[in-house]
Design a protein around this ligand. Structure first.
Ligand SMILES: NC(=O)c1ncn([C@@H]2O[C@H](COP(=O)(O)O)[C@@H](O)[C@H]2O)c1NC=O
Length: 587
């Protein structure tokens, strides 16, 4: 019996959203009516030299007569088992999978009965047997293979359904010795064998592929097309590669041989196809590491409560915004435009921090991305929705706040559940033509005790607080970066400039504009503190700031001309502290 559309519909209901996406895409397959009426053709035993042409091969249908099921994640197993049984497929299965199928009334042959060899060594060897792998790997059009199969009584296996031991999950929670038992050997061999022989064999390596399989059966009367098998084979090899990458990473961690992996395997799963990249003519998608996202709360794991799909630029800006606010213990808000903060502040509440952040550059904040490290309450929601905001990301929001936010249909709201630990070291990557730049994340943290006062004047307590605030914000601004701050609020940001003196000029100009917009008589640069992401190579950038009224400066120090720069600071009677740590950010 072919699974009906209604059956597949029910099945889809059981599965998750990714599954739903797949079935949507398969139902869009441009299948012509004549193809539907094709009967499953038996594979001709013609010999290798009589290969089918590519065109013919595209239409090659294989009837599934025997399937091997060996799954660690047994979700939806019964549904697939029933569907196969209804199609008259003989099912072979390993210990636990076989038990579950049999308990649910599905006829199943235990793998040991098929191979004539028991599962041994606590499951370390279950399917590693020529009767199994011969049945998968034999070439159906090579007479010698056929002869050998007859001699050794090897029966063909047309469909392999495997999902692997959950090494990725276990690796996050367990010690090394416990992880070892979770390295799936037999499963990966089954997947690879079936994928290699996809000319005849169909391989399903993820439960999310079940609906596609059933859809294929429904469309092609219990057969699969070569095109379909090849697509699943590609995914099967990708699955094994990703699985092995995680295992290798854990082994490298354990050996502690070097902090740098000799081979870089980056593994990530497609989370979202994006309409386009940074620009409309660029193709784009969002890939995530499903295991890392558990430990790294943020844009990849957040739940989107409302609003349109995130765009490529939204994702980048939302990540930048959330990472910035995670620097602070007190309520903090950052407003990001084009990856740089146009305002950031720490306040007594989410609303207070937002209003302070907004006051830095309310013009640029229009259409920005807002992040907060506190639950969004009613007051914060009311304040945020007063101007157009693209994205809001926060750990949580109250019911009253959500009701206010929901009135802004275009506002995307993301809830992360928790904050990110900015002290942890995470690998980060950037592509260059033909290569990948790898570095650990900038988790450098400077506290009051790390500061070296280098000027005659010592900063006051409140200046010190502002200096550390400005320093933490500065770490999230593109180089060359200058941040002016007052009362733990940015008052001017000079970002991404080719010279430090230009960054100073821009920050000062922004501080003047903010004062003008608020009808204040004096520039906000007066009495502010300044953070510079790297040392001042000359005194010019510092002098510009002193002339504008900056009272205290925080910078790494380490320039050949430090003495000259310190002398300038003393000349203007300001205080200056060195961090001994730089926070360049180029992308
Ligand atoms: N050792 C083997 O020959 C072997 N063959 C299949 N497996 C795995 O065993 C699991 C299923 O086991 P069970 O059906 O007993 O619950 C699957 O995740 C499958 O990938 C094996 N286990 C690990 O390598």
């Amino acid at each position: 019996m072919i699974p009906s559309k209604a059956f597949i519909g029910n099945f889809i209901h059981l599965s998750n959203s990714i599954t739903r996406k797949y079935i949507k895409s398969t139902s869009r397959l441009p299948v012509v009516q004549s193809r539907r009426s094709l009967r499953c053709l038996p594979i001709l035993m013609t010999g290798v030299e009589e290969k089918a042409t590519t065109k013919d091969a595209d239409f090659d249908l294989v009837k599934i007569k025997r399937a091997l099921i060996s799954v660690s994640d047994k979700s939806c197993l019964i549904d697939v088992g029933k569907a196969l049984e209804d199609l008259g497929v003989e099912i072979l299965s390993t210990g636990g999978s076989a038990r579950k199928l049999a308990e649910n009334g599905i006829k199943v042959t235990n793998i040991s009965d098929f191979s004539g060899f028991p599962e041994i060594f606590g499951g370390r060897v279950k399917t590693l047997h020529p009767a199994i792998h011969g049945g998968i790997l034999m070439r159906r059009d090579v007479p010698k293979d056929k002869e050998e199969a007859k001699t050794y009584q090897i029966g063909e296996i047309d469909l392999v359904i495997v999902n692997l031991y959950p090494f990725e999950q276990v690796s996050m929670e367990s010690d090394f010795s416990q992880c070892i038992e979770q390295i799936d050997i037999g499963g990966t061999v089954l997947i690879r064998a079936a994928a290699k022989n996809h000319r005849w064999v169909t391989v399903v390596s993820d439960i999310n592929q079940y609906p596609e399989l059933l859809s294929e059966f429904s469309e092609f009367e219990g057969c699969t097309r070569l095109e379909f098998r090849r697509k699943l084979a590609a995914r099967a090899f990708a699955r094994c590669a990703s699985y092995d990458a995680v295992i290798a990473e854990r082994f490298f961690q354990e050996t502690n041989e070097s902090e740098l992996p000799p081979i870089l395997n980056i593994t990530a799963t497609l989370q979202q196809e994006l309409r386009y990249g940074e620009n409309p003519h660029q193709k784009a998608a969002f890939y995530v590491n499903p295991h890392q996202k558990v430990s790294l709360p943020g844009v990849s794991s957040a739940e989107q409560i409302q609003g349109k799909e995130l765009s490529y630029n939204n994702i980048a800006d939302t990540d930048a915004a959330f990472q910035l606010v995670c620097e602070f213990e007190e309520p903090a808000v950052a407003i990001i435009k084009h990856s740089n903060p146009c305002g950031a502040a720490v306040g007594v509440s989410a609303e207070d921090a937002y209003l302070k952040a907004l006051s830095c550059d309310s013009l640029s904040a229009f259409g920005g991305v807002v992040a907060c490290n506190r639950t969004i309450d009613l007051a914060a929601a009311e304040a945020i929705t007063r101007i157009f905001t693209e994205v809001l990301i926060a750990p949580d929001a109250t019911t009253e706040a959500l009701s206010i936010l929901s009135k802004k249909k275009n506002l995307r709201v993301l809830l992360t559940g928790s904050l990110m630990d900015m002290r942890q070291s995470i690998p980060t990557f950037r592509s260059v033509n033909g290569g990948i730049l790898y570095q650990s994340s900038d988790n450098g943290h400077i506290g009051q005790d790390d500061l070296q006062v280098v000027t005659k004047r010592v900063p006051s307590e409140s200046e010190l607080e502002d200096l550390l605030f400005a320093w933490r914000v500065c770490k999230h601004v593109k180089s060359n970066a200058i941040v002016l701050a007052k009362n733990k609020t940015t008052v001017g940001v000079g970002a991404g400039q080719m010279s430090r003196v230009d960054a100073s000029h821009i920050a000062i100009w922004k501080a003047k504009e903010a004062a003008k917009a608020a009808d204040e008589s004096q520039s906000r640069a007066a009495g502010s503190v300044l953070a510079s992401d790297a040392f001042f190579p000359f005194e010019d950038g510092l002098v510009v700031a002193c002339e504008a009224g900056v009272q205290a400066v925080i910078q790494p120090g380490g320039s050949k001309r430090d003495e000259e720069v310190i002398a300038a600071a003393d000349r203007y009677g300001i205080s200056m502290v060195f961090t001994g740590m730089r926070h360049f950010r180029h992308s």
